[in-house]
Design a protein around this ligand. Structure first.
Ligand SMILES: [Ca+2]
Ligand SMILES: [Ca+2]
Ligand SMILES: [Ca+2]
Ligand SMILES: [Ca+2]
Length: 361
């Protein structure tokens, strides 16, 4: 009986949360709210499975929960994907891992890949930002239609400063990525929100950062809305503006010049951790508890591409290195390798890693 107690407690917790959800008006970020419920439940239940080795019946129920959450709430696994700058071709591995893949030519020489889930179906849309004109070209995954918007400074600043950095993310928390750039020259964020229908007249300008800072936007407080955040190479400081309270958080973490910045929710609690990848080492800092975790995973020369590749709602450590993928799946706790893409390709699945130092022209 005792082996079921943990599970039962979680089910009570789950239904409690669920009825609470239906009892009141759904919050704006319904998707994030539900995702949060499932994260808490599935993580605990997985722990119970691991520790108590529960019966196959229980496991079957949990699998059903996973299937249910995947079907209804969009915990679809992300597939390894790369962008090949020469020829602007996007390659995506098929979900069944049979070795088949899709390839689409999208963009032209000099374009920056900016794939994100703009239409909110849980699948990243193929998209590029053209620095020479400031136009975003988005190929929607839902219906294959094309959207384009002009947003961001074209080429480099007339004064010879730094170019804009495209930073698409869900700042308004409606489950769809917003069109955003961080102006490195001035530290101002410019956002066309999806809730406004990408209306230029309702654009959000948010001064957060200064010349030379690197954008590290992520949902650090777990309210479903991406928080404006920058990494300041001088002093290795992270400045985060929490969307839930408007509070500013400052932390010192990482070493500029050596690290790649990869903030994401590795612990599965719904809140992103401050995180860096340094030559095969991953270091994370939990903003709320201050706890630091370190893991050695992936080749030192690789590009980190953390994402939920197994679709359990939890971010998996992953590194792309010259055509090889190294993925540490959270469901099995095992390393898997995959040959996909080639040298010079840029991984487009997962969270985009940013360099911790800015090359000033
Ligand atoms: Ca999509
Ligand atoms: Ca949005
Ligand atoms: Ca937030
Ligand atoms: Ca996972």
């Amino acid at each position: 009986m005792s082996r079921f107690l943990g599970i039962s407690a979680n089910w009570v917790f789950f239904f409690g949360k669920f009825s609470q959800f239906f009892a009141k008006t759904p919050p704006n970020n319904v998707k994030a709210f539900i995702r949060d419920i499932f994260r808490s439940v599935t993580k605990r239940d997985r722990m119970n499975i691991a520790i108590k080795k529960t019966t196959s019946t229980t496991a079957a129920i949990l699998l059903a929960v996973f299937a249910f959450s995947t079907a209804i709430f969009g915990f679809s696994p992300e597939d390894p994907a790369v962008f090949r700058p020469s020829g602007s071709t996007w390659f995506k591995q098929s979900a069944d891992e049979s070795g088949s893949f899709s390839a689409v030519k999208w963009g032209m020489e000099g374009d920056v890949p900016v794939s994100a889930d703009f239409d909110g179906d849980g699948i990243k849309d193929t998209a590029v930002w053209r620095p020479s004109t400031g136009v975003w070209y988005i190929l929607r995954s839902t219906d294959g239609n094309v959207d384009h918007f002009t947003w961001g400074m074209t080429t480099q600043h007339p004064t010879g400063g730094l170019a804009d950095v495209p930073a698409p993310a869900d700042f308004d928390g409606d489950g769809r990525a917003d069109i955003a750039v961080f102006r490195m020259d001035t530290g101002i964020w410019y956002v066309l929100t999806s809730t406004s229908g990408y209306d230029h007249r309702k654009a959000v300008f948010f001064p957060w950062g200064q010349f030379g800072d690197v954008p590290v936007e992520a949902d650090y407080d777990g309210d479903g809305r991406t928080d404006f955040a920058v990494f300041r190479p001088l002093g290795n400081k992270w400045f985060i503006s929490l969307s839930s309270t408007g509070e500013a958080k400052i932390a010192t973490f990482g070493t500029s010049g050596y690290d790649q910045l990869v903030p994401a929710d590795y612990s599965g609690d719904g809140r992103a951790e401050i995180a860096i990848f340094r030559e095969g080492e991953w270091h994370t800092l939990d903003l709320a508890s201050g706890s630091v975790e370190s893991t050695i995973f992936g080749p030192a020369t690789g590009t980190p591409a953390p994402a939920d590749y197994d679709g359990d709602g939890e971010i998996d450590l992953a590194v792309f290195d010259r055509g090889m993928w190294y993925i540490f799946r959270s469901t099995t706790g095992e390393l898997s390798t995959l040959q996909f893409g080639s040298d010079g390709d840029l991984p487009t699945s997962g969270h985009k890693a940013r360099r911790s130092i800015v090359a000033v022209p």
